[in-house]
Design a protein around this ligand. Structure first.
Ligand code: 1CP
Length: 345
């Protein structure tokens, strides 16, 4: 299918490419999901992974925030552990907890037992992306995957973790095992992005949410080459790439060097500092997600500061500094979206 004529002119894709835009485009990480009553309604009695593997539900949930907010991009509804589930890793996403892996990875045999991902593992993804692209009528769809370090953390810890201690212990003490695990995940994440782009996603975001747990030297030596592999394969398909992590003030330059067109910035780093660190690349972010709980004028005044700061970048996509918090009032995000899209350039 030929790309929709509106796609080429989308402010979001232009900003990612560093081109002039009529206004600062905006979308929100976790814009679908727990903050939306319409999401909670369609998810009733359906498990998280089950919904991710049901194209009809994926299409509906992905479209919900686009309809409600009129954001400049949709993000494919899925999860960073979905491709692992698809190749046969025994895991679940538990309500109120997150991803839980039945048999955490400890040995080379554990790594070798994880199959590489092929399109045949994820026909439901291809189907959902194709359907979505048709229904989005030119609003760009962002495909996404988890970066090797963040996905490794779930595989090695067996579930969510604050310090990623076991993961980093493996990195420090079993370098061959670590490299093999990172290569395995990088291959899976890259193949997962390739499937989404082949089906029509027009940009990708690589989530390295927990990379901020690493020193710059460990990130550069033990993690960056694997994320670079994923970003390189996505770039070969001609789509712009966003690379995001939390608490990554010290890593922003390296995360750009890994091969991102745009670096996602959390709310702790002033956007001006981030822009200085990423050099000739775009930035995405970075309003504190708790500002939605402030009076609207307070929230929009801070949003204005973010937009103003973003002008110095090669391209700026407005976003929160991390995902939408579940207790967010969707009406605040409606007001925020309108404010950003109508802000005088
Ligand atoms: O039942 C539910 O509703 C479970 C909540 C939920 C949702 C809505 C989870 C469990 N995942 C998701 C969807 C999801 N996950 C999306 C699509 C929605 C959207 O963005 O609009 C995306 C992009 C993700 C990606 C994801 N999953 C990340 C990276 C982004 C980030 O927030 O940093 C991570 C770290 C995960 C793991 C995960 N999945 C779910 C939870 C609660 C977690 C985090 C657990 C932890 O704290 O370690």
């Amino acid at each position: 299918m030929a790309p929709h004529p509106r796609l080429r002119d989308s402010a979001f894709l232009k900003a990612l490419r560093g081109e002039e835009v009529p206004y600062t485009p905006v979308w929100y990480m976790r814009q679908a999901g727990r903050s939306l009553p319409e999401y909670l309604r369609v998810r009733q009695g359906v498990g998280m992974l089950e919904s991710c593997m049901n194209p009809e539900l994926v299409v509906e949930i992905t479209l919900q925030p686009v309809r409600r907010y009129g954001v400049d991009a949709a993000i494919f509804f899925s999860d960073i552990v979905l491709p692992l589930k698809a190749v046969g890793v025994d895991l679940d996403i538990k309500p109120g907890v997150g991803p839980v892996v039945a048999h955490p990875v400890r040995t080379m045999a554990d790594v070798e037992a994880i199959p590489d991902l092929t399109p045949e593992h994820v026909p439901f993804i291809t189907e959902a992306v194709r359907e979505l692209v048709a229904e989005l009528h030119g609003t760009p769809l962002i495909g996404f995957a988890g970066a090797p370090f963040t996905v490794a953390s779930y595989l090695v810890e067996g579930g969510p973790s604050k310090d990623h201690a076991r993961t980093k212990a493996m990195m420090f003490s079993q370098p061959e095992l670590w490299q093999a695990l990172m290569r395995k995940i990088a291959g899976i994440s890259a193949a997962y992005l390739e499937v989404q782009v082949a089906a029509g996603a027009s940009a990708v975001q690589l989530f390295d949410s927990w990379a901020g747990a690493l020193t710059p030297a460990d990130y550069r030596d033990q993690v960056l080459p694997h994320s670079a592999h994923v970003l390189e394969r996505a770039g070969a398909l001609g789509v712009p790439r966003i690379h995001f992590g939390v608490g990554t003030a010290n890593l922003l330059g390296l995360m750009g060097e890994a091969g991102a067109d745009v670096v996602g910035v959390d709310w702790r780093t002033p956007l001006a500092d981030a822009i200085a660190k990423v050099g000739d690349r775009g930035v995405q972010g970075n309003l504190d997600p708790t500002l939605v709980f402030a009076p609207t004028e307070v929230m929009t005044a801070r949003a204005a500061e973010v937009i103003e700061a973003g002008r110095a970048a090669r391209g700026h996509v407005f976003n929160l500094g991390h995902g939408v918090l579940p207790s967010t009032d969707p009406d605040q995000l409606t007001r925020l979206t309108e404010f950003v899209q109508n802000f005088e350039r």
